[in-house]
Write a protein that binds this ligand. Structure first.
Ligand code: SF4
Length: 72
């Protein structure tokens, strides 16, 4: 699978993880570089659009993503 198209500009990495290089790289290896379809943020991007992605939403928080999508 190819890299997520949002990897260069994902707000997530400029938010609460900014400066935490180790954690950022771990997330990128798990989600952004291999499987963005498993990312809660990408799920919202696809379902609702980029403007609806909460900045603080972590890629593993799929339950929260499902809830946000179901409430739209
Ligand atoms: S956190 Fe999710 S939406 Fe952001 S770049 Fe990574 S895979 Fe894409």
């Amino acid at each position: 699978m190819q890299e997520c198209e949002l990897i260069e500009n994902c707000e997530f990495y400029n938010g609460q993880l900014k400066g935490n290089k180790e954690q950022i790289e771990a997330m990128k290896e798990k989600y952004c570089k291999v499987n963005n379809l498993n990312c809660a943020r990408y799920m919202i991007f696809m379902a609702l659009g980029k403007e609806k992605m909460p900045n603080e939403l972590f890629p593993h928080q799929k339950d929260r993503a499902y809830l946000l999508i179901s409430q739209e």
